[in-house]
Design a protein around this ligand. Structure first.
Ligand SMILES: *[C@@H]1O[C@H](CO)[C@@H](O)[C@H](O)[C@H]1NC(C)=O
Ligand SMILES: *[C@@H]1O[C@H](CO)[C@@H](O)[C@H](O)[C@H]1NC(C)=O
Ligand SMILES: *[C@@H]1O[C@H](CO)[C@@H](O)[C@H](O)[C@H]1NC(C)=O
Ligand SMILES: *[C@@H]1O[C@H](CO)[C@@H](O)[C@H](O)[C@H]1NC(C)=O
Length: 651
């Protein structure tokens, strides 16, 4: 006992100080540490170059978190070498010591500035991170698109063994070395017979670990202990409770983890819109939190993940208020208010969500305003929703729900600092008369159709099928006679999760020759009675899409390629309705990037009810035949779309 006490006092003395946070800076680095976590920002790279938890090196020979962007003439830029750096020290409102490092770099003195911030607090084992993008150049008023902006925790030869993007999606790390590329950033790894192949899939692409932002809180990597020095398990997670500074609302989806733990702040993946850096652009992204945890030997991925989920619910308000002096554009709690809504929901509404985003605009398009922020909250069964910590401003309220076509939108919702905005809204579901039938569930996803959310039971971890490399879902084998859906007797499995123009060809490893027969035209049949059509004036066929890929892919332009704007036709009992031309700016690379929800859009075909008849009726849903356009990358060349839901009404 005596000896132990002595040892304790000696070690206190040896550390020389009781300060809970240590920091130091010289010309080459900034070092910051607390009792458990320590990190180094290397000034030659702008990257965290060393990071350890309880003495375990978590980066190996890798680096990060660091920042990069696709935002300069040459393409990608990793700022840092030639940047200016700052060290911050302080004590926050909760009496916790903290220190932070800042990197600021002006790209070739063009006025295009990227900044990265890393903060460590006493008692925590993670880094609070922010990134800022600024453009100030009146001579060149447009700095171009901020094409991609991301933070990367990028270890190499370190302790990590597993990926975890959501509660249900996790996997051993794949080994793609030497594996054939089957599509851009996609590999056939089936010959390896390793744990990834046994448990997850014969193919690997980072897009399999994409998630939709709506409920996304935690993703990252797990080390099962087999590679750590004492057998302890480790976790490296990105916690993203705060989503105000991302763009495109709750349906935005993006990459999360593939051996790198990403914080994708901006990208055009899945049709996400990106902002243009015009003169005066100045936006700070964050906070998010890179969190590191540790468990005794044998601690599972789920246990460390669940700890991370708990930590993600920490209230950091007083800390963020304290560091707002160091982080430009970070708005403190005194400039925020609360939204309290009571929404009368339409009957049948499930999983309703209230969104506050850019006034006067679809939330998917809020990237057009650099000052746009976004918030959302679940509407409970009684119709109540509370959204706290909203920056003072004017917003559009959007409410949508599974099971209901259309959505509720109201502009001019004003949030005042330090106040609660109470609002009552009545959402009357859109209607164009009597509903004759519907197919699918309006939920902004094609997951309910064949190969969507269904699990792949051939592998032990049973990933959802839409996450797999799309070519394994061989359309000609599934639908040798094409899609023929009979309302009332067919099941959702009789509709594919993708409506292709062509199946096979480029980027299809399994079917290398394009297949055209019975692909682009789908047939729906349904019976009607005299009663249903008697004395009716007009019929409305609503098509809601969970995604559509024109030749513009994820970009809003496709040069001079064919099919930038995509004509979609509906033929009612042999008579074609006016064409819906789906504009290029609504295009997204979706199913082929392992997604069932991308940029959503829709159309109502209104036609004379006299075109319907007693007995059997037929709709042909028609994409142009053989509609392909060249792709520079190894990607399929067919246009396609993904249905969310369809319905026919009459009045
Ligand atoms: C930072 O820490 C490293 C060891 O990780 C050390 O070599 C270096 O001298 C330290 N730099 C400063 C400025 O303290
Ligand atoms: C923008 O650039 C001009 C000219 O260099 C400078 O005077 C001004 O302070 C800059 N503004 C900001 C916000 O950086
Ligand atoms: C909000 O949007 C509506 C609809 O576009 C517009 O009439 C209104 O002026 C906008 N309010 C503000 C404060 O911009
Ligand atoms: C598909 O439907 C359209 C519209 O009825 C028709 O013009 C076309 O000939 C059909 N067949 C093919 C292979 O495109």
């Amino acid at each position: 006992m005596y000896n132990l006490n002595l040892l304790f006092s000696i070690s206190l003395w040896a550390s020389g100080t009781l300060a809970a946070i240590k920091s130091s800076e010289d010309t080459s680095a900034i070092n910051i540490s607390n009792d458990r976590l320590s990190f180094t920002v290397a000034k030659k790279s702008g990257s965290v170059s060393k990071l350890s938890l309880d003495g375990q090196n978590l980066l190996g020979s890798g680096g990060g978190p660091y920042l990069d962007c696709h935002c300069v003439d040459d393409g990608f830029w990793t700022p840092g070498n030639g940047a200016t750096y700052k060290l911050f020290k302080g004590t926050d409102g909760a009496e916790k010591a903290y220190a932070g490092a800042m990197m600021s770099h002006d790209y070739k003195n063009t006025g295009k500035v990227l900044e990265q911030y890393w903060f460590l607090r006493d008692g925590e084992t993670g880094l609070h991170v922010f990134s800022r993008v600024k453009y100030n150049n009146s001579k060149t008023p447009s700095g171009g698109d901020l094409g991609e902006l991301r933070q990367l925790f990028r270890p190499s030869n370190s302790v990590w063994t597993h990926l975890s993007s959501s509660d249900e999606m996790y996997s051993p790390l794949p080994d793609t070395s030497g594996a054939p590329t089957v599509q851009d950033a996609t590999w056939y790894v089936g010959d390896k017979k390793d744990q990834y192949v046994k448990q997850t899939s014969d193919y690997f692409t980072k897009y399999m670990f994409s998630e939709t932002w709506r409920d996304q809180l935690v993703h990252g990597m797990y080390g099962d202990g087999s590679k750590s020095s004492d057998g302890s398990a480790f976790g490296s997670w990105l916690l993203m409770p705060n989503k105000e500074s991302y763009f495109n609302g709750p349906t935005h989806s993006d990459l999360t983890v593939d051996g790198i733990v990403y914080n994708y702040l901006v990208s055009n993946h899945h049709g996400n819109g990106v902002p243009e850096m015009v003169n005066g652009f100045d936006r700070t992204f964050g906070p998010q939190y890179y969190y590191f945890n540790k468990g005794a030997k044998g601690t599972s991925l789920q246990q460390l993940r669940s700890d991370a989920t708990k930590v993600a619910k920490t209230d950091w308000t007083s800390f963020y208020d304290s560091i707002a002096q160091h982080v430009p554009n970070l708005v403190s709690s005194s400039a925020r208010g609360t939204f309290k809504g009571t929404v009368a929901l339409p009957k049948g509404a499930v999983r309703a969500l209230a969104v506050l985003a850019l006034n006067g605009s679809d939330f998917q398009d809020n990237n057009k305003d650099a000052k746009a922020y976004q918030y959302w909250g679940d509407v409970d069964a009684s119709g109540s929703v509370t959204i706290a910590s909203v920056r003072a401003g004017t917003y559009r309220l959007t409410v949508y729900a599974d099971g209901i076509f259309g959505q509720y939108e109201q502009d001019n919702v004003i949030i005042k600092a330090g106040a609660t905005a109470n609002m009552a809204a009545t959402w009357t579901a859109e209607s164009a008369g009597t509903e004759l039938w519907r197919i699918g569930t309006p939920d902004k996803s094609s997951g309910e159709f064949r190969h969507g959310n269904e699990k792949d039971t051939s592998k032990t971890l049973q990933p959802r099928q839409y996450r797999l490399y799309w070519a394994v879902h061989d359309f000609p084998k599934d639908f040798p006679n094409g899609v023929n859906y009979k309302v009332g007797t067919s099941s959702l499995n009789d509709l594919n999760y993708v409506h292709w123009s062509v199946f096979g060809g480029k980027a299809n490893y399994l079917r290398k020759d394009p297949y055209y027969t019975n692909v682009n035209n789908w047939t729906l049949t349904f019976d009607l009675t005299q009663d249903q059509i008697d004395n009716k004036g007009s019929a409305t066929f609503t098509v809601q899409l969970a995604g559509v890929k024109t030749s513009a892919g994820n970009n809003d332009a496709a040069g001079d390629k064919a099919w930038q704007d995509l004509p979609y036709n509906v033929v009612v009992n042999g008579k074609q309705l006016p064409t819906w031309t789906i504009p290029r700016q609504h295009s997204s690379s979706c199913a082929v990037r392992s997604a069932a929800t991308c940029y959503t859009t829709g159309h109502k075909f209104v036609f004379d009810a006299k075109m319907l008849k007693v007995g059997s009726n037929e709709f042909v849903l028609s994409l142009p035949a053989r509609a392909t356009a060249p792709e520079d990358a190894v990607l399929p060349e067919s246009v396609y779309l993904q249905y969310d839901a369809l319905r026919l009404e009459i009045i």
